[in-house]
Design a protein around this ligand. Structure first.
Ligand code: ZN
Length: 372
């Protein structure tokens, strides 16, 4: 039992979510329970992980989730493992929610992105169509998240652009998107900062400096691409060239990286396979599947184009594989699926309940100890 990576899960505890503060002890080794010495509550070793309160062995859950994350249909797992279909579906949903929380905590953090590509996939569901919009950080191939909507409209694109904004620092940034017209207004309205002048009322919003927008519009005839038009919507040719040089080593404006990622998602989610028979019935199923596949892609899969050459004595060379999360500096090694499912997302810092008047002495002491 590792006391250095565990934190209290009690939402009412002042020490909640804090690691390495010495407040956690072992309550029972046989039952696998920790105790928090601040609030005296005990909790299971699996609290905060996908395995919490599951009756099936951890190894089986990990194998089933790995298969689901690589596009294995639920029916195949039911036939192979003798599990109930509802059990597999509930594990899928649970892992999707867990991976979304991990993604929010680790990936949706501001970083210097350089170039981001966005695109949408048309998904056929039982009784309708949904659109899945996703974004990719080109230099590290990090999947920045995705959103679903019934239409390829302003709502979908605005939600995607908000996701990109959550991952971006206010630095020179090139956004390469397809010809969908709502992108431009969505990007321009989301990438703005308030200018606070100390006056009453809503502050004026100023657009980000160094924001470039490029569109790649494909022309089709008889379902074949016959031409590609590249439009510089915002930013100068020099700015865009410098960003392309920094993020992909030169070349032209393109959306090839996100299109390749779309192909990975299509092959890794059974419901996304073209002309397949395993169509999804609900958009939430697709949402959970998207976060599971995206997180396994980010944290657990080495990317061939991200490998680094290590030069050894004797003119020998060794390739060091890297995952997108390693390339982005989020972690230092490739995670196993079990590590991903066991990651505990810390709770936000505790703060005393808001009330009128001064804090009591006890509350002041707790704030001084746990909120600094
Ligand atoms: Zn506690």
């Amino acid at each position: 039992m590792d006391l250095h990576s565990v934190f209290c899960h009690n939402p009412a505890c002042p020490a909640r979510g804090q690691v390495g503060k010495g407040n956690i002890g072992v309550h029972s080794r046989t039952a696998g329970r920790y105790i928090c010495h601040v609030c005296s509550k005990t909790f299971s070793v699996n609290k905060g992980t996908v395995f919490y309160r599951l009756r099936t062995a951890k190894d089986v859950v990990v194998i089933v989730v790995t298969l689901l994350a690589h596009g294995c249909p639920v029916q195949a797992i039911v036939a192979a493992f003798g599990l109930d279909e509802r059990t597999v579906i509930s594990w899928h949903e649970r892992t999707g929610q867990h991976c979304e929380a991990v993604h929010r905590h680790l990936v949706e953090q501001p970083r210097d992105l350089g170039q981001v590509q966005g695109d949408e996939i048309r998904v056929k569901m039982q009784g309708g169509i949904v659109w899945m919009a996703m974004a990719l950080h080109v230099r590290t191939r990090l999947w920045l998240g995705g959103v679903l909507s019934t239409g390829r409209d302003g709502e979908l694109i605005a939600a995607l652009v908000q996701k990109v904004r959550a991952c971006a620092l206010c630095r020179p940034l090139l956004l390469c998107v397809d010809g969908c017209s709502v992108y431009i207004s969505a990007i321009r309205s989301v990438f703005r900062e308030p200018v606070r002048l100390g006056q009453i009322g809503r502050p004026r919003l100023r657009p980000w400096d160094g924001l470039c927008i490029a569109q790649v519009v494909k022309q089709y005839a008889c379902k074949r691409v016959i031409g590609i038009e590249r439009r510089l919507v915002q930013g100068t040719a020099n700015q865009i060239e410098a960003l392309l040089q920094r993020t992909q080593g030169g070349g032209m404006i393109n959306v090839a990286y996100i299109e390749r990622l779309n192909a990975t998602f299509r092959s890794h989610i059974a419901a996304l396979v073209r002309r397949g028979r395993a169509l999804a019935r609900q958009a939430t199923t697709l949402h959970h599947a998207m976060y599971l596949v995206g997180s396994v892609y980010n944290f657990c899969t080495d990317h061939r184009s991200l490998r680094l050459a290590l030069y050894l004595p004797g003119n020998r060379r060794r390739w060091v594989p890297r995952t997108p999360a390693v390339a982005a500096g989020i972690t230092d090694h490739r995670w196993t699926v079990e590590e991903l499912l066991s990651f505990r997302v810390p709770l936000p810092r505790w703060s005393p309940a808001k009330r009128r008047g001064r804090l009591s002495k006890t509350a002041q002491a707790l704030v001084a100890q746990w909120c600094s």
